[in-house]
Design a binder for this molecule. Structure first.
Ligand code: 5AD
Ligand code: SF4
Length: 495
C-alpha cells in the first residue's frame, strides 16, 4: 500500500513552491498526498520565520501531535524550511517528537532523511551553514536551489505555476530574518529557468510567476562578460509557446531599473503589475530599517514606473510599529498610502526576530496596542484608495484569467451549471464573475459592474449574463486577512 504524506505550509510563495517540489519528489518515491495529518505516515510542516506568529502556529501544531506520535512512534514528523534553519536543535528541544529538521537549502535530501529515520529510528538534522560560519562560497554551496521535476497536480492551479529564479537575499534589512534562513543571494542559470518554463508550458501552464526575494536583482553571469538581468530573462521566457502571462515578485525599490520597466512595457505577455514594498513612509525609519533609499527616491521610482509602463498597477508592503516609530513617523506612512495610489498594501506589525540587526540594535518600543491601532488605521486608508481604484474600473472590460471557484462557491457546491468563479486581471486585480466551470483556465473579457475595496464583480462580456447572487460579496471576507497575510497573493495558503 502507498505510504501517506501530509504537508502543511505557512509563509510566502517560496514556501508554497518548496512544498510543491517536496510533494513531487516524494510522490515519485510512491507516497500519496492526503489531507488528514493523523492518517499520514509522514507529517511535514514547511515553516516560516518572518514573524513570531508564524512560528507560534507551528509549535502549537507540533504540540497537538505529541500524543499522536507517542501512540504511533513509527510515524515520521518533519519540520522543514525557514524555522528549521533558524532554530535548528531548538526545534527538537521544544518538540522532542520531531524526527527531521531540514532547512530551506537541504530539501533535496528529504527522501534520504526519511529513509534514514525509518532505518535507524534516529532523528535527522540537515541544515545549511550559518552565514558567518564559513566563507561565502562554502555558505552558498550549503544552500542548494531546490528545483527538481515538477508535479502539475500540486500547483495552486494547473495553469499557473511559480518558477524560482533566485534564492537567498543579500540586502540585510535590519528587521528581516530571510538573509539568514534562506542564505546568500544566488541566481539560477537562465537556461535552466527557460527549460523549466518550457516544461510547464508543455504541461498546460498558461501563467508563470517568477520568484525571488528581490526578483529584480536577478543577475546570472553567463561567462561572456554580459550578465543576464531580469529584463533579458523576461525576453527569453516570453517566447515560450503556450505561456500567456508572466508576472514576477518581489521587487526591491533600488533595483527597479529602466531596462526592466521597458521590458515590462514592450513584452506583451509580461503583466503590468509590480509589487515593490516600501515598508515605511518615514526616512528616519527607513534608515533604521537599512532599506537603502529615501521616501523621495521611492516616490520618484513610482513616477518612473508609471511613466515607462502606462497603466501599471503597483502594490506595497508596510511594517508598522518598527523600533522608534513615533506618531509623526507613522503619519508619514499614512501620507504615503493616501497619495501613492497603491493597488493594495500588505501591512504587518513589527515582530522582532532574534538574530537580526534590528533586534540587536533597537528596542521593540512600540506597544502591541499601538501597533494594532496603526495597522488598522493604515489599512483603512489603503482600503479607501483601493476602493477608488476599483470604482474607476466599473464599466470597463478587463481580461480575466479564470483561476477557480470563488470562496463562496467552494463553500456551497452549486452542482452543474453556472458558478461563482474567481480570477485575476493582468494588473492582478481580483475579479468574481459567474460562469460555467469550463471557463477555468480560460482568459475571458469581463465587464466590471460593481466593486468593493477588495474585489471587482463582473460578467463575461461575450457570453450569457447570469446575475451575481447577493452572497457574492462574501468574497471580501477572504481578503480581509491582510494583517496576518504572509504573502502578497491573497489566494494562497498563508499564515
Ligand atoms: N516583522 C514584521 N513584518 C516583517 N516583514 C519582514 N520581516 C518582518 C518582521 N520582522 C514583512 C515585510 C516584508 C514582508 C514579506 O514581510 O513587509 O516585505
Ligand atoms: Fe528581507 Fe529586505 Fe531581503 Fe526583502 S530585501 S527578503 S525584506 S532582507
Amino acid at each position: 500500500m502507498a505510504k501517506k504524506l501530509y504537508i502543511e505550509t505557512v509563509g510566502c510563495q517560496m514556501n508554497v513552491l518548496d512544498s510543491e517540489l517536496v510533494v513531487g519528489s516524494l510522490r515519485r518515491q510512491g507516497y500519496e498526498l492526503i489531507h488528514e495529518a493523523t492518517e499520514a505516515d509522514v507529517i511535514l510542516f514547511n515553516t516560516c520565520s518572518v514573524r513570531q506568529h508564524a512560528e507560534d502556529k507551528i509549535y502549537s501544531a507540533l504540540g497537538r501531535l505529541r500524543r499522536h506520535k507517542q501512540r504511533h512512534p513509527s510515524k515520521i514528523v518533519g519540520v522543514l524550511g525557514c524555522m528549521a534553519q533558524k532554530d535548528q536543535e531548538l526545534v527538537r528541544r521544544r518538540a522532542p517528537h520531531v524526527d527531521i529538521v531540514c532547512g530551506t537549502g537541504q530539501l533535496a535530501r528529504l527522501p534520504e532523511l526519511i529513509a534514514e529515520v525509518e532505518r535507524t529510528g534516529r532523528p535527522q538534522l540537515a541544515l545549511s551553514l550559518d552565514r558567518n560560519e564559513a566563507s561565502r562560497p562554502e555558505v552558498e554551496r550549503s544552500f542548494e536551489s531546490y528545483d527538481p521535476l515538477r508535479d502539475p497536480s500540486m500547483r495552486p492551479s494547473p495553469f499557473q505555476a511559480y518558477v524560482r529564479i533566485m534564492i537567498g537575499c543579500d540586502k540585510f534589512c535590519t528587521y528581516c530574518i530571510v538573509p539568514s534562513v534562506r542564505g546568500p543571494e544566488q541566481s539560477r542559470p537562465s537556461e535552466h529557468i527557460a527549460a523549466e518554463v518550457r516544461q510547464l508550458a508543455a504541461e498546460g501552464c498558461k501563467e508563470i510567476t517568477l520568484l525571488g526575494q528581490t526578483v529584480n536583482s536577478y543577475k546570472f553571469d553567463r561567462g561572456d562578460g554580459r550578465p543576464e538581468r531580469l529584463s533579458g530573462l523576461l525576453a527569453r521566457v516570453h517566447d515560450t509557446t503556450g505561456i500567456e502571462r508572466i508576472k514576477f515578485i518581489t521587487n526591491f525599490p533600488r533595483d527597479m531599473s529602466d531596462d526592466l520597466l521597458d521590458a515590462v512595457r514592450e513584452l506583451p505577455k509580461v503583466c503590468p503589475y509590480l509589487h515593490v514594498p516600501v515598508q515605511s513612509g518615514c526616512n528616519e525609519v527607513l534608515r533604521r530599517m537599512k532599506r537603502l533609499y529615501t521616501v523621495e527616491y521611492y516616490r520618484e521610482m513610482l513616477e518612473r514606473c508609471r511613466e515607462r509602463v502606462p497603466g501599471v498597477a503597483i502594490s506595497s508592503d508596510f511594517i508598522v510599529g518598527f523600533c522608534g516609530e513615533t506618531e509623526a513617523s507613522f503619519q508619514r506612512s499614512c501620507d504615503l498610502v493616501a497619495t501613492a495610489g497603491f493597488k493594495n498594501s500588505f501591512i504587518f506589525k513589527y515582530s522582532p526576530r532574534p538574530g537580526t540587526k534590528g533586534d540587536e540594535l533597537y528596542a521593540d518600543d512600540v506597544p502591541e496596542e499601538i501597533k494594532k491601532r496603526r495597522n488598522n488605521d493604515l489599512l483603512a486608508i489603503q482600503n479607501k484608495v483601493s476602493l477608488a481604484d476599483h470604482l474607476r474600473l466599473v464599466g470597463q472590460t478587463v481580461q480575466v484569467l479564470v483561476e477557480g471557484p470563488s470562496k463562496t462557491a467552494q463553500k456551497h457546491d452549486a452542482g452543474a451549471g453556472p458558478r461563482q468563479l474567481t480570477g485575476r486581471t493582468r494588473t492582478d486585480h481580483i475579479v468574481v464573475l459567474e460562469g460555467n466551470p469550463r471557463l477555468l483556465g480560460q482568459t475571458v473579457d469581463v465587464l466590471i459592474e460593481e466593486a468593493t475595496a477588495f474585489t471587482l464583480f463582473g460578467m463575461v462580456a461575450t457570453g450569457e449574463h447570469v446575475g451575481i447572487g447577493a452572497d457574492a460579496h462574501a468574497e471580501e471576507e477572504s481578503c480581509t486577512i491582510i494583517e496576518t497575510q504572509g504573502s502578497p497573493r491573497l489566494s494562497l495558503p498563508v499564515i
